[in-house]
Write a protein that binds this ligand. Structure first.
Ligand SMILES: O=C(O)CNC(=O)[C@H](CS)NC(=O)CCC(=O)C(=O)O
Length: 291
């Protein structure tokens, strides 16, 4: 039940990205992993032009994604293809996290719900919604040889409710394929991934983009595996070369921890359900909430 978590520096050249992904598959296989997680934008990171991202986007049943299904089949490896630009319309894409089984078949696709429209403190302004339509559903968990997977993508990491929903649906391993910025990575990456693991009592694994993609874009790296106690099991570091780190899912350990500290059972759903989303209808409260 070994998972390999990948790190790479994608560019706008599909063939190169595919070549690197193939190399990561080889390493994952050699390490005895049953699944390899690829980061957000594994297949493409364009220049600064939003048009470029939209122009190269395709349906999942088209050739570019098929190339990655071919990798899974050839290597006999499950793949988490985190953050593929799936064509949504003539002018927009979905940011889709797709699980492919070891025979190359798509078993689940999750469209990123939370879009990164942010003026980064000490960094650039990124407007994901210029190119991307948000998904509107939490994906059902996926049964795999490494356990039941919950799917998220990158900026979703800042929304613990999504992780809680996945835990309540039975997730044991939550994947967070990412292309984190350097300033937000330095400030929050390890903290958020460890927090999500502790809260959900799940393994949390985050494949990552790393290094310089083009003149305007750099990623933080540090592909990470965290266990349900919050311990960092593996960290791929910030060096800009393709890498994998591996961890083993121990379902017994998971079950013991959950039995001893049954957080899901203790959650006061009756109290929280209303307080989370149904309050603040008066103007002042709504303004404070919707800043
Ligand atoms: O646009 C694409 O091609 C793929 N999408 C991304 O790279 C996205 C949106 S720009 N990046 C993030 O969500 C970073 C989040 C982050 O860094 C944080 O939460 O701090």
């Amino acid at each position: 039940m070994r998972v390999a978590v990948g790190q790479m520096t994608s560019t706008s050249v599909h063939a190169t990205n595919l070549h690197i992904a193939n190399e990561l598959c080889e390493r994952a296989k050699a390490a005895g992993a049953a699944m390899l997680a690829l980061p957000e934008c594994f297949a493409f990171i364009g220049g600064s032009e939003a048009k470029e991202t939209v122009a190269q986007a395709t349906a999942l049943n088209d050739e570019p994604f098929g190339d990655f299904q071919g990798l899974a089949r050839r290597h006999g490896l499950w793949l988490s293809c985190g953050g593929f630009h799936e064509r949504a319309s003539a002018s927009k894409v979905y940011n889709s996290h797709v699980i492919v089984d070891a025979s190359g078949s798509i078993v689940r696709a999750y469209r990123k719900c939370h879009l990164f429209d942010v003026s980064i403190p000490g960094g650039a302004v990124l407007m994901e919604s210029k190119t991307t339509v948000p998904g509107d559903a939490v994906a059902e968990v996926v049964e795999t040889p490494v356990g039941r997977l919950g799917l998220t993508t990158c900026y979703d990491l800042r929304f613990p409710e999504l992780f809680t929903a996945l835990a309540r649906r039975g997730a044991e391993v939550i994947l967070v394929p990412s292309a984190f910025t350097v300033p937000t990575g330095l400030a929050h990456w390890h903290l958020l991934l460890r927090a999500r693991a502790v809260e959900t009592q799940c393994y949390v694994a985050a494949a990552a983009q790393v290094g310089t993609h083009n003149a305007k874009r750099r990623s933080f790296g540090h592909a990470l595996a965290v266990d349900p106690w919050g311990d960092v099991l593996a960290d791929a570091g910030g060096e800009a070369s393709p890498a994998i780190v591996c961890f083993d899912v121990d379902r017994d350990k998971l079950a013991t921890l959950r039995a001893r500290m049954p957080i899901q059972k203790h959650r006061r759903q009756d109290v929280l359900e209303l307080a989370l989303f149904d309050r603040g209808d008066d103007e002042e409260t709504a303004a404070a909430r919707d800043y």
